[in-house]
Design a protein. Structure first.
Length: 226
């Protein structure tokens, strides 16, 4: 229960958000949201001291040195994940449409199947929100699913990277229409650079010729040059 553990550490220690995020395996923005009570609901803290995962001495080391990374004393008991959709607490289920709308708007490369697994919803609901035929579409406001507590930043980043790789964009949108303009700009800059080089060579040649004949820039002849 990393979020509950992070909530306890925020409320009961002076550890930095980076230290708490590293220990709990969360993104620092998730810890920030917990500290600011920006999450959908206030989490009930879970003491890592009582669970035997940390000692007070280890916490004291971390509080004394912000660069210190806490060492877990005992691995937490692993929960067995059963097959089926991701479980979402009842208090957060009403936020699912907002999280789905945010992903559709900000990451159109993510498929409905990936959204379904990430948020724990059905493809029918996703399609209704995408087509704006959802029964409550007028009240749906796109919100970051990480801030809502529907998923973790690490899981979201992994899905975004996978979808971008499958789409062949690697997270960087490509616009083929710009290729022609880019080539034209490069060619124009090349011509300007070559013209400037030729002009500089001509000026240098004229100055050199004037020096050899004894004339200055105004056409006067230096008698000592004769």
């Amino acid at each position: 229960m990393p979020h509950a553990t992070a909530s306890w550490l925020v409320d009961n220690t002076a550890l930095t958000f980076e230290q708490i995020a590293a220990f709990c395996g969360l993104h620092v923005l998730e810890v920030q949201a917990i500290a600011d009570d920006a999450a959908a609901t206030k989490l009930t803290g879970r003491s890592p001291l009582r669970a035997g995962e940390l000692t007070q001495e280890e916490i004291d080391k971390g509080q004394a040195d912000p660069n210190y990374r806490l060492v877990m004393q005992k691995e937490p008991d692993q929960a067995i994940r059963t097959k089926g959709p991701r479980y979402t607490p009842v208090s957060k289920r009403q936020d699912k449409p907002d999280g789905i709308a945010w992903i559709i708007r900000n990451h159109p490369e993510i498929s409905d199947g990936q959204i379904s697994k990430l948020i724990g919803t059905t493809r029918t609901t996703i399609a209704a929100i995408r087509d704006r035929t959802h029964w409550n579409i007028a009240n749906i406001q796109p919100k970051d699913p990480v801030t809502l507590g529907l998923t973790s930043q690490r899981e979201l980043d992994a899905v975004v990277a996978k979808a971008a790789k499958a789409a062949g964009t690697d997270g960087q949108p490509q616009d083929a229409r710009l290729d022609g303009d880019r080539e034209a700009l490069i060619e124009e800059l090349r011509r300007e650079r070559e013209a400037a080089a030729r002009e500089a060579e001509e000026v240098h040649a004229q100055e050199k010729a004037g020096f050899e004949t004894g004339e200055d820039d105004l056409g006067f002849v230096d008698p000592f040059k004769k």
